[in-house]
Design a protein around this ligand. Structure first.
Ligand code: THU
Length: 134
């Protein structure tokens, strides 16, 4: 698989998300999701949703992605994409926008069905780490 470039090869990043989606465990919703992101040191991270018989405990794909980010050395997310079971670009849910904000901030670029947008547009007036130090 091609490695996304520093400038971001969105197609390659989407391919990584698609590959992650194939590992989803989504027997309850039947809605597999895959995500992938570029990190500021050139690394890529990805994740898939993992559901649970206790429905409310299901993990969104973004949970796996931020976990991999931390496990593999931390850093800041710079570019992010999310795909559904058909490989179509999907918007991250509200809770996951907050997860992404923690590790990418307002300038994180998201691929959305309406084009590439900064997270500041997808999560306006975000609550974040800065509030806790004020
Ligand atoms: N899902 C994600 O993994 N990420 C999102 O941003 C949107 C929703 C998952 C959660 C659940 O397993 C399935 O999609 C249906 O909601």
């Amino acid at each position: 698989m091609t490695r996304p470039q520093e400038t971001c090869d969105w197609e390659a990043l989407r391919a990584l998300a698609h590959e992650a989606m194939r590992h989803a465990y989504a027997p309850y919703s039947g809605y597999p999701v895959g995500v992938a992101a570029l990190v500021d040191d050139g690394r890529t991270v990805s994740g898939c949703n993992v559901e649970n018989a206790s429905y409310g405990l299901g993990l969104c794909a973004e949970c796996g992605l931020v976990s991999e980010l931390q496990r593999t050395g931390g850093g800041r997310l710079t570019h992010f994409t999310c795909v559904d079971g058909n490989g179509d670009v999907l918007v991250p849910c509200g809770r996951c926008r907050q997860l992404l904000y923690e590790f990418g901030g307002p300038d994180l670029l998201l691929e959305t069905p309406e084009g590439v947008l900064p997270l500041a547009r997808m999560l306006p007036q975000a609550f974040g780490p800065d509030h806790l130090t004020k």
